[in-house]
Design a protein around this ligand. Structure first.
Ligand code: SAM
Length: 288
């Protein structure tokens, strides 16, 4: 089987199997070898690595992963792609294709079975309709992760990487940066995919922190505070917390906690750093 990472070979496979793209699964297949090389090199994959690929499609990137990694598990929801993958990956004996919804799969059990519970690498050209639940699921479920190298919508990559003062800064930036160091490694235009998406894309690598960069007594509380602050972007932090059904504090308790942080009481949530959200959650934790 020839490499698929170009338009001609992709079209041949699609025609052979009479495959119809399913919009609901976010199917945009890569057709550019430079982008594929860049993803593999940025992920730093070696023959020691077990790699989880989310959404292999017709197996374009999977072929590259099989050649570079020790073992690959590729989780694909669309059962129409399973016979195609059996064909395009027939030359490799180090890959297991799993026909499952990634959001329902027990990835911890998979990491245990395939990599003795040691940190795994995740590589994917993600289905954009579920980018955030996939990433947060990987971090929050305590799957042992070394790094996640993924193609996402450009705008989402910018949000993951930005800090206070940027219009892109928000709950996703803080959540990602609590768990990992984000780094955009390539911008990818729509013509690198078949069919072309309506948005620009970017490859971003999230390298898992060995330990979180801030000390937090209650992670759930910190994330509730973050959500409350960004739910109402143009409001002050105090109003955001006051209006949140998740935060059970009086107006006075909120004002005292903000002042104890050493910032103006009318500050907006979008001005706080991760470190300040961590401190605020520790102050609130002690006051309740
Ligand atoms: N990796 C291929 C490539 O780069 O050409 C395909 C990438 S395409 C953007 C996303 C893939 O994820 C599709 O094959 C789609 O069927 C699959 N997918 C969508 N939702 C999924 C889910 N919940 N679980 C697993 N795979 C999913």
């Amino acid at each position: 089987m020839a490499y698929l990472g170009n338009p001609q070979n992709t079209i041949l496979v699609l025609q052979k199997y009479n495959f119809n793209f399913q919009k609901k699964f976010g199917q945009n297949f890569l057709i550019d070898t430079h982008v594929l090389d860049k993803i593999i090199s940025s992920a730093g994959i070696t023959k020691d690595d077990f790699v989880l690929e989310i959404g292999p499609g017709i197996g374009t990137m999977t072929q590259y992963l099989c050649e570079n990694a020790r073992e690959v598990a590729a989780v694909e929801i669309d059962r129409n792609l399973i016979p195609i993958l059996a064909d395009t990956l027939s030359e490799y004996d180090n890959v297991e294709v799993i026909n499952e919804d990634i959001l329902k799969l027990d990835i911890c059990a998979l990491a245990e079975r395939k990599n003795d519970g040691k940190p795994i690498k995740v590589v994917a050209n993600l289905p954009y309709y579920i980018t955030t639940p996939i990433i947060m699921g990987l971090f929050e479920s305590k799957v042992p992760i070394d790094s996640i190298t993924i193609m996402v919508q450009k705008e989402v990559a910018d949000r993951m990487q930005s800090g206070p003062g940027s219009k892109d800064y928000g709950a996703l930036s803080l959540a990602v940066q609590y768990y990992a160091k984000p780094e955009i490694v390539a911008n990818v235009p729509p013509n690198c995919f078949m069919p072309r998406p309506n948005v620009g894309s970017a490859v971003i690598r999230l390298t898992r922190h060995a330990n979180p960069p801030v000390e937090v007594q209650d992670e759930k509380l910190m994330f509730a505070l973050i959500r409350a602050s960004f739910n109402q972007r143009r409001k002050t932090l105090a109003n955001g917390l006051n209006n949140s059904p998740e935060i059970h504090l009086s107006k006075e308790q909120i004002q005292e906690s903000i002042l104890a942080l050493g910032v103006p009481v009318n500050i907006r949530g979008e001005a706080l750093t991760l470190e300040q959200f961590a401190q605020l959650s520790n102050i609130v934790k002690e006051s309740i």
